[in-house]
Design a protein around this ligand. Structure first.
Ligand SMILES: Cc1ncc(COP(=O)(O)O)c(C=O)c1O
Length: 382
């Protein structure tokens, strides 16, 4: 009998809910992916590159043309200069970038700070590196960092902090002042930071995403991760990138080259071409998703769910205390899916210790107008 290296890992709630949605025919607002396609010109570009023979391994660090586009986009959006040769690495998804960054710095016995509610890939990656996650709860109402809790959780064994902003599942944004404070901690204690910024362009109401890329003191010790899947509506392409100072990138690449070696070549060609020809895509993204958020929230205003409009990401967290306070959030999601035809994700699964009495579920609004209208109608009938 094999002794599991990850005894606590089972089927994730994302798989469970998507499967249940498929079985019951429910509208799937659970897992975070669009029900519409990426831009036609992008898909055509990839198809053309496949047909033109761009089908062999790319360089281990990623296609230079794509790394240059990433660097140009970072200069445009975050006002930071990063060297495409030594600081940008293309990876098969943000997930692989996060995994490699963790393996690069975490040694057996190290502790890694994660903020709950936390994205589910971090902890298994830390455990495989021989480390241990120390969970620090975000403020349960605002999902901001609770500095007292953070300072209490730090120890001489702390090696790395995992940050995620814009935050999945809450949509909360970290502030520039928070980055200043984090930089002080990271520098004083010689820590590292992984900054998961896959929703960097999904920020609404004129707010700005405070990227670690635009914070030189923090960037010195950081791996900043993003995902083309989120930005170009092509989550199934599993293509992302990680930006880190040269010495950190060099260590990450040692691992990346044996986990995957390189990303998928024709996807990289297509993305590089599309990014060069359509820089407006990124600039238009906040408006595109804000319109979806507003449509969905305007419709949900008539429901018995309560919520504040999310400032970022394509997730809207809603409180169901007024509807079924007797149900925990997992049972609420099962009930909503089976009885009311809308699949959602419970928030408690993002916690090591769920917040007592919290009655929140996450709905994904990266959906066509028809899906959002149909889902809202069902949600208003609950
Ligand atoms: C916070 C966060 N990080 C990372 C990822 C993974 O991105 P990718 O599909 O590019 O691996 C996701 C996807 O849902 C996410 O929500």
């Amino acid at each position: 009998m094999i002794v599991s290296k990850l005894p606590n890992v089972g089927t994730t709630i994302f798989t469970t809910m998507s499967q249940l949605a498929a079985q019951t025919g429910a509208l799937n607002l659970s897992q975070g992916f669009p029900d519409f396609d990426g831009p036609l010109a992008l898909r055509e570009a990839v198809a053309r590159h496949v047909m033109e023979g761009h089908n062999q391994y790319s360089p281990m660090t990623g296609l230079l043309a794509l790394r240059e586009q990433v660097s140009a986009k970072i200069a445009r959006c975050h006002g930071a200069q990063v060297n495409p040769d030594t600081e940008v690495t293309i990876t098969p998804g943000a997930t692989e970038a996060i995994f490699c960054a963790i393996q690069a710095v975490v040694r057996p016995g190290d502790e890694v700070i994660v903020f709950d509610p936390v994205y589910d890939s971090y902890e298994p990656s830390v455990e495989l590196a021989g480390g241990r996650c120390v969970h620090v709860q975000l403020n349960p109402d605002t999902f901001a960092i609770d500095w007292e809790r953070l300072e209490a959780a730090l120890s001489p064994r702390t090696r790395l902090i995992m940050l995620n902003s814009p935050h999945n599942p809450s949509g909360a944004l970290i502030s520039r002042q928070d980055l200043d404070r984090l930089a002080e901690l990271v520098q004083a204690r010689g820590l590292y930071l992984v900054s998961d910024e896959v929703y960097e362009h999904l920020v609404y109401d004129g707010a700005r995403h405070a990227s670690v890329l635009a914070h030189p003191a923090l960037y010195e010790r950081a791996f900043v991760v993003s995902s083309f899947g989120k930005t170009y509506h092509v989550t199934g392409w599993k293509t992302g990138y990680v930006v880190a100072p040269p010495a950190l990138s060099a260590e990450l690449r040692k691992i990346h080259q044996y986990v995957n070696f390189c990303g998928v070549t024709p996807l990289q060609w297509g993305l590089a071409e599309y990014m060069a020809q359509h820089p407006e895509h990124v600039a238009e993204l906040p408006g595109f998703y804000q319109a979806k958020r507003d449509l969905f929230c305007d419709l949900l205003d008539r429901s018995r769910f309560t919520f504040t409009r999310t400032p970022a990401t394509y997730f809207q967290v809603v409180d169901y205390s007024a509807i079924r306070p007797d149900l925990n959030d997992v049972d609420m999601c099962l009930w909503m899916t089976r009885e009311h035809g809308v699949a959602a994700i419970p928030i408690s699964v993002f916690y090591q210790t769920p917040v007592e009495g919290q009655r929140l579920v996450r709905l994904c609004f990266a959906k066509r107008e028809g899906t959002l209208r149909a889902a809202a109608e069902k949600l208003c009938a609950i």
